[in-house]
Design a protein around this ligand. Structure first.
Ligand SMILES: C[S@@+](CC[C@H](N)C(=O)[O-])C[C@H]1O[C@@H](n2cnc3c(N)ncnc32)[C@H](O)[C@@H]1O
Length: 247
């Protein structure tokens, strides 16, 4: 059996976010299916769009997360019929002739693609897969409130879940500048039903991006700037800027 931890942490740290779902469903209603959801993870957005009747191609490089997405869709036959998964790197994917009306990149995933070279590779693949008039939309963060938790001082509230008596807590401990990237640090703790505790550290680095920089990169791939939107911050999540491009 696959290690359940990657799915549990992914769901805990990303899966509860809902502030962007209205934006993605509105875009889906305005563009033709299928929709390509890049960095789909366990399906937070893909499942919502399928629930609204859209045909979705859920692409991620992590097969374990995609297996969880498939299992969740399979529990609802009407959703399962709407979703196809593709395990591939966003910088190097090929849908073998399929063209999409909308390609979405939620939750800063564009900032995980390995800097400008990775973004350029992705933007070229996205442009090649859009129908004429199709839309590419990227959610980005440009402003980060840096902090470093000092043991003994109050900490931001952890994300917590309990599954079969085991508690999983994911605690943000730092947001710090790391050259052209921003490093987000978390302390993850598993507390089993007998009180056994296991601690681990997690770090992810997001590339710093700007709207004007993304526009220049996308234009080089033949895309056209189509404006921006915002997603307001919530108590738990930073806000996002949303950058639109047309094929
Ligand atoms: C922040 S999560 C977002 C998950 C989901 N889209 C959501 O909004 O809840 C980023 C996702 O992008 C995937 N990812 C990161 N780099 C990738 C790459 N180069 N190609 C494909 N997927 C990638 C990760 O596996 C992860 O599932």
């Amino acid at each position: 059996m696959a290690d359940p931890l990657p799915v549990i942490w992914h769901d805990l740290e990303c899966g509860l976010y809902r502030a962007d779902l209205g934006l993605w469903t509105a875009l889906a209603a305005a563009h033709s299916d299928p929709i390509l959801d890049v960095g789909a993870g366990t399906g937070r957005v893909s499942l919502e769009l399928a629930h609204h009747g859209h045909r979705v191609i859920a692409l991620d490089r992590d097969p374990v997360l995609l297996d969880a997405l498939t299992a969740r869709a399979a529990a609802h036959p009407e959703l399962a019929a709407q979703i196809t998964t593709v395990c591939a790197d966003a910088c190097d994917f090929d849908l073998h002739g399929e063209r999409v009306g909308l390609c979405i990149v939620p939750m800063q995933t564009i900032q995980l693609l390995g800097g400008s070279a990775g973004r350029a590779a992705f933007l070229a693949r996205a442009a090649a897969h859009l129908r004429p008039g199709g839309r590419l939309t990227l959610a980005i963060s440009t402003v980060f409130e840096e902090f470093t938790w000092v043991p003994g001082e109050p900490v931001p509230l952890p994300d917590i879940t309990e599954i079969d008596g085991t508690v999983y807590a994911s605690q943000p401990t730092a947001v710090r500048s790391a050259g052209p990237r921003v490093r987000l640090e978390r302390r993850r703790e598993v507390i089993d039903p007998h009180g056994g505790r296991e601690l681990s550290e997690d770090r992810i680095e997001l590339d710093r991006v700007t709207v004007s920089g993304l526009v220049a990169e996308a234009v080089r791939c033949g895309l056209h700037s189509a404006g921006t939107d915002t997603i307001e911050p919530t108590e738990e999540h930073v806000g996002s800027l949303v950058v639109h491009f047309n094929a």
